[in-house]
Design a protein around this ligand. Sequence first.
Ligand SMILES: Cc1cc2nc3c(=O)[nH]c(=O)nc-3n(C[C@H](O)[C@H](O)[C@H](O)COP(=O)(O)OP(=O)(O)OC[C@H]3O[C@@H](n4cnc5c(N)ncnc54)[C@H](O)[C@@H]3O)c2cc1C
Length: 394
Amino acid sequence: MRTTVGIIGAGPAGLLLARLLHNAGIDSVVLESRDRAYVEQRQRAGILEQGTVDVLRAAGAGRRMDREGLRHDGIELRYARQRHRVDFPALTGGRSVMVYAQTEVCKDLIALQLKEGGPLLFEAEALAVENVGEEATAGPRVRFGHRGAEDVLECDYVVGCDGFWGVARKAIPAELTRVFERAYPFGWLGILADVPPSHDELVYARHERGFALLSMRSPSVSRLYLQVPEGTDAEAWSDDDIWAELERRFETADDWRLERGPITQKSVTSMRSYVHEPMRHGRLFLAGDAAHIVPPTGAKGLNLAVGDVVTFARALTYERETGSPELLDAYSETCLRRVWQAERFSHDMTTLLHRAPDATPFEDRLQLARLERIASSRAAETDLAEGYTGFPFG
Ligand SMILES: Cc1cc2nc3c(=O)[nH]c(=O)nc-3n(C[C@H](O)[C@H](O)[C@H](O)COP(=O)(O)OP(=O)(O)OC[C@H]3O[C@@H](n4cnc5c(N)ncnc54)[C@H](O)[C@@H]3O)c2cc1C
């Protein structure tokens, strides 16, 4: 097989990149190791920044999102049984976010790709990325396994959109790489429940027993999270224990109530910050989780993936139109500027709201002081609102 851009991975990064390239008249092939049903049902992110919403619409992938997504103009911070609403449009000149699950974004992009785009191969696992460095004498290629046989995809560029555990990053020599990493000593126990959300916007709760988040997937499905110790087994928590703990952490001084409902899914996610520099090696470009991970508190993972592939698609289009590799050469630097802003924001939100296992009373008081500062200073609140609704694409 031969194509211009070989894309490894059909998560949001790979699928959107294929769509953007198709719209620009550039051909690509997407290789995805899992089957279609798995990719379409994998529960993950659900908050789309204003910039991501704009990109999906412009790419022709926003129709169902505009019909079924829920526009949110703010979030609620909850601490010391008090409630404080952060009003995004008022603080950011009209920006908001959209609640529309990653599963739905992927379904929409897969349907478009299969109908109008280039090949998208499921159960096609990339095994190795070869000949991408400047020293290579032959063109780039991806070796992959498909239907029990090994095949080769030859291309001009390879984009590794294969997530944190993928193979693309391994093709960059270790001596050219710098990795920045932090693991957090807690995780999130996430549940899906068949119950209408108890609040019409997301609620981020700081509590002495740990963080809790109320979010939603639709008007009838709630998504809720509890901070739990690292290594927690989700099955060790009964449904009653989960609801009781959520009620404790969301408790307010007024008559607000958390509605319970049947839990249909529960799982534990670990929390990590990770950046791989550079994001490019010769003709290999990394995008999304393949290059960086953020803890989910800032809702940035999917949005960063979108920023990366928009940057790549623009750079390649520019190269095709002008012959200049200037933007491709600047890819890593351009993406990393935005990545580090998101890393900072996600880290700030995580330390603002979670209780570390070894937190001292002094640190507890500082956390409350930071929250009170946001609730009482327009400048501090604006900083949060700008970060949450998203940093500009490069
Ligand atoms: C469990 C979990 C929960 C999350 N929850 C949230 C959240 O609540 N909020 C939030 O903002 N973000 C969340 N995230 C982060 C967000 O989902 C990711 O940032 C986003 O999925 C990144 O998209 P991506 O396309 O870069 O990577 P991915 O979505 O990981 O997609 C990578 C794709 O590559 C495929 N692949 C891997 N290896 C190969 C290979 N060798 N060959 C071919 N294909 C391969 C994978 O099967 C996958 O389909 C969560 C992430 C995880 C893992």
